[in-house]
Write a protein that binds this ligand. Structure first.
Ligand code: DC
Length: 221
């Protein structure tokens, strides 16, 4: 289904909540462009690791973010636990967030029919005026199980305990940072997918978006 007017959708939530899959399906269904903003932070983290730089170093991280090679967004190593950990570290630095902000806003502004962006601060900082905001969560246990299965399917050698520890550590770091911490926007719809498969999550999201398109608020206010 494509739209007559532009539609901008912000999807936020913790690591491995299923927001990436959901965001892709929503983009496809409504004919919108899609940007996985976590990939930008992962690319900065990965570039730093490869150059032997420390992701905890704010100046070096900001420099890498300003000169980010967008080809890295296609790198298969982006999805590893190491790249995710480095991403969550570089994401704490104000200089990194500032360097990536305009790219994200331009993407949403320039996509002809509109766009879906997924991340941690899309509804609160990047696109506070988004038409529809979703905050997608699931329990840490469920998210760790999903991420563990995914990594195993990719043939990666990981233990469930490590994945669960990673999920909890990432939650804590992403939510506790001072710069654009992960949190639902006041007008976000909360979607807890602990008991939902992707089809059920998609149906729930579609009901919210369709209500907005039908002239309801789509948001909460
Ligand atoms: O969604 P992800 O797991 O690919 O994100 C990797 C890290 O990037 C995440 O731990 C925090 C950071 N991130 C962020 O701070 N802001 C965003 N909009 C997206 C990701």
């Amino acid at each position: 289904m494509t739209q007559d007017r532009r539609l901008v959708i912000a999807i936020d939530g913790p690591a491995a909540a299923g927001k990436g899959t959901l965001a892709r399906r929503i983009a496809e269904n409504y004919g919108l462009a899609f940007l996985d903003t976590g990939a930008l932070y992962r690319a900065v983290g990965l570039a730093m690791l490869r150059s032997g730089l420390d992701p905890d170093d704010p100046e070096a991280a900001a420099r890498v973010a300003r000169g980010l090679d967008l080809e890295l967004l296609e790198d298969p190593e982006l999805r590893t636990l190491k790249a995710g950990d480095a991403a969550s570290r570089v994401a704490r630095h104000a200089g990194v967030r500032a360097a990536l902000l305009e790219f994200q806003r331009d993407f949403a502004r320039n996509a002809p029919g509109g766009a879906v962006l997924d991340g941690r601060d899309i509804g609160t900082v990047v696109l506070p005026d988004a038409d529809v905001k979703l905050f997608v969560t699931a329990s840490a246990q469920v998210r760790a199980e999903r991420r563990y299965r995914e990594l195993k399917e990719q043939g990666r050698d990981v233990s469930f305990e490590d994945v669960l520890a990673m999920v909890k550590e990432r939650d804590a770091r992403d939510a506790a940072r001072t710069e654009a911490p992960m949190k639902p926007a006041p007008d976000a719809h909360l979607l807890d997918t602990s008991e939902m498969d992707i089809c059920a999550a998609f149906r729930a999201a579609r009901r919210i978006i369709d209500a907005h398109l039908a002239g309801g608020t789509g948001g909460r206010g």
